[in-house]
Design a protein around this ligand. Structure first.
Ligand code: NAD
Length: 547
């Protein structure tokens, strides 16, 4: 399918300045005559392939990743179709630029590299006029909104309004990985101030230079936004992204049954990690029911993963209490156990009866986990003794160091393989290069949320689902794991090759849409060929003819 956009009467320079419509030098002769473009472009008509060669050459000439990021952003600002063809055809190369880890660096410097705004900014001073702001957005058929308040950007903490790079990057991934039409995507920054002192004193910071808003006024602003979004864009799914964990859990709990919404940091992370665990069963021979999983970090990612594992175990017949007891958490203080009096709400459901344990190593020796999952944001916490202890307990220890960006990973791929004599089943949050350990190549899997959320979003859009449920993430995880080949597993890769991402998203999207129909979550009539219907909804970045 080509883009469904019409030209809306646009011609001449206006057309060249609309990134959703612009084709640059690829406007053909007939288009140039008809659309008032004659003379506004160099005479030689190029193909999109030729343009692609040029932008790739320019991209690769950039000397560092931040410059590459800036180049891609500027390409997206002038020609979305070309940007998406470039990114889609070189996804493994460019995903680390448009998303983690480089997007983290870009957010840290956002005010300094800023060229033009993208998306909508709603600040705490906009109370009472949020609906009007949404109505200022030029597109009317928005289907996915990614909103952040910038409090917990990747593993980098509070970046305030600089966090806008995340919704922008995430929506690019929706299009690149699952073909969500870019005209249906809306990034939003909810600027409620920042407690980051470096930003507060930076004259080039773009956001409100005030401390973060908290409490009832904050909640009222979010409530006004959700209600306005439902009125202005009734078919949109709202994805909450990179909120601090106290707000993230609360908002998910508050809105999941009232709006079409989900939190990728909690639920998307859970989906991709569960898929990795399911894939690892084929290497360990241990089904999920026999696993004991220890988490380092009990925040959005960790608790989200724990909850989805419990959901999966329950579906396989394990009683909930027993399922919860297969998951253990170690946070910044100690093992999460019942006798602790300092636990916040979201940790309580995983606080088991056990004597206090003060170190991770002790927790491993006591609990004898089969899998260790790092979601602490604390680098090098999987020390040599920790990894070796896992290797001593398990023939094939499952070790996921998921903290982002790369510099925050709990251990590196080289460390995981070296300290376990090549036996570790390793995955990370940010990409690591393949490792040659004593002549055997190991390819670390990247537990990248992009395997899950674009497909889930595609399924929700294609079925016009009113809600996003945990069952959808569970099914997405199963579908993803089922697409891992024997060849992938032979080199230790727990996820399919990124080159297959559109196929992965189509499979997940179809399964998610099926759930929406099956559970009565949509008023749409189920198309006879659901997969064809979902495929038809996918954006194709090849140019459409305007004549
Ligand atoms: P969060 O702030 O909600 O939670 C962090 C948790 O780590 C908290 O429970 C905190 O108590 C704990 N912690 C802090 N220091 C610790 C220490 N020294 N030892 C043990 N625990 C400690 O953050 P989050 O959203 O859960 O994200 C955590 C990390 O996971 C981040 O680095 C993030 O980038 C990463 N993450 C990765 C993926 C992925 O790979 N797909 C997805 C989401 C998040």
């Amino acid at each position: 399918m080509t883009t469904t956009l019409h030209l809306n009467g646009k011609r001449g320079v206006e057309l060249l300045h609309d990134p959703l419509l612009n084709k640059g030098t690829a406007f053909g002769d007939a288009e140039r005559d008809l659309l008032g473009l004659r003379g506004l472009l160099p005479p030689r008509v190029a193909t999109q392939d030729q343009q692609l060669d040029r932008v790739l050459e320019n991209y690769r000439r950039k000397e560092n990743d931040l410059e590459k990021y800036i180049y891609l952003v500027s390409l997206q600002e002038r020609n979305e179709a070309l940007f998406y063809r470039l990114v889609m055809e070189h996804l493994s190369e460019m995903m680390p630029i448009i998303y983690t880890p480089t997007v983290g660096l870009a957010c840290q410097k956002y005010g300094h590299i800023f060229r033009r705004p993208r998306g909508l900014y709603i600040s705490k001073n906009d109370k009472g006029r949020v609906k009007g702001i949404l109505q200022n957005w030029p597109q009317s058929d928005v289907r996915i909104i990614v909103i952040t308040d910038g409090e917990r950007i990747l593993g980098l903490g509070d970046l305030g309004a600089n966090g806008m790079g995340i919704p922008v990057g995430k929506l690019s991934l929706y299009t690149a990985c699952a073909g969500i039409d870019p005209s249906q995507c809306l990034p939003i920054m909810l600027d409620v101030g920042t407690n980051n002192t470096t930003l507060l004193s930076d004259p080039l910071y773009l956001g409100l230079a005030e401390p973060r808003l908290r409490g009832p006024e904050y909640d009222a602003l979010v409530a006004e936004f959700v209600s306005a979004a439902q009125q202005v864009f009734p078919k949109a799914c709202i994805q909450f992204e990179d909120f601090g964990n106290s707000n993230a859990f609360r908002l998910l709990h508050q809105y999941r049954d009232k709006a079409c919404t989900f939190n990728d940091d909690i639920q998307g992370t859970a989906g991709v990690t569960l898929a990795g665990l399911i894939s690892s069963e084929r290497l360990t021979g241990l089904p999920l029911q026999k696993q004991r999983i220890l988490f380092l970090g009990a925040g959005e990612a960790g608790i989200g993963i724990g909850d989805l594992i419990v959901e999966a175990l329950k579906l396989s017949g394990v009683p909930e209490k027993q399922a919860r007891e297969q998951c253990w958490f170690f946070d910044s203080k100690s093992l999460v156990v019942k006798s602790r009096t300092d636990l916040v709400e979201h940790k309580l459901r995983f606080a088991h009866d056990h004597a206090p344990v003060g170190t991770l190593l002790e927790a491993i020796e006591t609990l004898k986990p089969t899998a260790l999952i790092g979601v602490s944001g604390m680098p090098q916490t999987f020390t040599e003794s920790v990894v070796k202890a896992m290797g001593k307990l398990n023939q094939r220890p499952v070790i996921f160091a998921l903290s982002n960006p790369t510099s925050k990973a709990e251990c590196t791929a080289v460390q995981a393989y070296t300290w376990t004599e090549g036996r570790a089943i390793f995955a990370s949050g940010s990409p690591f290069s393949p490792v040659n350990y004593l002549g055997t190549m190991h390819e670390p899997g990247q537990g990248n949320n992009s395997y899950i959320f674009p497909g889930v979003g595609l399924g929700v859009i294609a079925s016009e689902a009113r809600r996003v449920t945990d069952e959808m993430f569970y099914v997405a995880a199963c579908k993803l794991a089922a697409m891992v080949t024997e060849q992938d597993l032979m080199v230790g890769r727990l996820y399919p090759d990124l080159k297959r991402i559109r196929e992965v998203s189509l499979t997940i999207g179809t399964a998610v849409a099926e759930i929406a129909f099956h559970r009565g979550l949509t008023n749409m009539l189920r198309p006879a060929d659901l997969e064809a219907h979902v495929r038809e909804a996918m954006f194709d970045p090849h140019y459409a003819s305007y004549v």
